[in-house]
Design a protein around this ligand. Structure first.
Ligand code: SF4
Length: 346
């Protein structure tokens, strides 16, 4: 089990549940736009949000943003240790910065001191695309050993000042390399691990790569917080992150939706029906399984396993509730009849 850190009440590591993060793509200095996006993240189920801090006016905005949200905020800082000191003073909850890139010993000492004084954790974010030149020369290419060596050298710079309130990420854009790297990190470090596959592309490909990379590690018990990176509306990263946790059996509750892939036996517009049912039930605050199956061959049996289900026939379908047939409905009544049944249940 890893160490535990705490980010404005959300624990990462140890026995804490795996949390979901995303990152605003607003200009951080635009407080209204940033707070509005943080609220969207919150509504989608996000646990922790990261903000880019590329300049002084973004760092100055932290105070106002933090006043307007109870969401844990992480400042993403590259190279400029003064920005780290600024956000620490303004109430930031966690900082992502690499001590090896902030201009020397005195600067590391200042950041470690400022974060220690306020109990602010630091995430060291090693990225295969920006590995130190000396490590590329030593290993020839980004590999797990090089990534671990980089993380270790950054961590030691903080440990030198008795700072161990640390979380690590070791992201690459290759799923197999990411998995191998985090496996080695889990053997090597006691620090909690922030999982992610980086630069994965747009929504479809990015979700698949993240699901495979993050999902494989989570199923091995590796990883304490996750971020799905998509070239898409970042609110979609939150939904994908939660879906990955559910698929890995790490987040319970909510509606589980099941539907068959359709085949030559299907005689209703199952894709249309299943899409609509999924859309409507996914918003319900219930802990239930809903199945939409295409035919009378396999459908009823599988639908019966669910709390509520539809098994399609020719232009009509059966509705089931906890193993019992509720009735037969024409196709155009199926959706409403199912929703009425679910919604009227206490
Ligand atoms: Fe085909 Fe029926 Fe299975 Fe759906 S449930 S895939 S329609 S056999």
């Amino acid at each position: 089990m890893t160490n535990k850190i705490c980010v404005r009440g959300v624990e990462i590591g140890g026995d804490a549940p795996v949390s979901v993060q995303s990152m605003c793509n607003t200009k951080t200095w635009d407080v209204d736009a940033t707070v509005a996006q943080i609220r969207q993240f919150r509504a989608a189920g996000c646990d922790i949000v990261r903000l880019a801090i590329p300049d002084v006016k973004s760092a100055e905005a932290i105070e106002k943003i933090r006043e307007q949200t109870d969401m844990p905020l992480v400042a993403d800082i590259h190279f400029d240790y003064k920005l780290a000191l600024m956000v620490a003073e303004r109430g930031i909850d966690k900082i992502r910065i690499n001590p090896g890139n902030i201009g020397g010993e005195e600067n590391v000492k200042a950041v470690a001191k400022a974060c220690s004084a306020r109990n602010i954790p630091i995430r060291i974010g090693v990225n295969a695309g920006s590995l130190e030149k000396r490590l590329i020369e030593k290993y020839g290419h980004p590999c797990p050993e090089a990534m671990i060596e980089s993380a270790r050298s950054h961590a030691r710079m903080l440990e030198k000042y008795d700072f161990s309130n640390i979380c690590l990420s070791l992201k690459t854009s290759s799923v197999p390399l990411t998995i191998a790297t985090y496996r080695l990190a889990a053997e090597t470090f006691e620090y909690p691990l922030h999982l992610g596959v980086t630069e994965t592309g747009t929504e479809y490909n990015g979700t698949i790569q993240s699901a495979v990379g993050i999902g494989a590690l989570l199923c091995e018990g590796i990883g304490n917080t996750i971020r799905v990176s998509l070239t898409a509306d970042p609110v979609k990263e939150v939904a994908a992150g939660i879906a990955i946790l559910k698929a890995a059996g790490l987040r319970k509750g909510g509606v589980k939706f099941v539907s068959c892939p359709t085949c030559g036996r299907t005689e209703i517009d199952l894709i249309g029906l299943a899409t609509e049912v999924e859309k409507r039930v996914s918003k319900l605050p219930k802990d239930i399984t809903v199945a939409v199956m295409g035919c009378v061959v396999n459908g009823p049996g599988e639908a019966r396993e669910a709390d509520y289900g539809i098994a399609g026939g020719k232009d009509k379908g059966l509705i089931f509730k906890k193993g019992e047939i509720v009735g037969t409905y024409p196709y155009d009544r199926l959706l409403d009849a199912l929703m009425e049944l679910i919604e009227n249940e206490k």
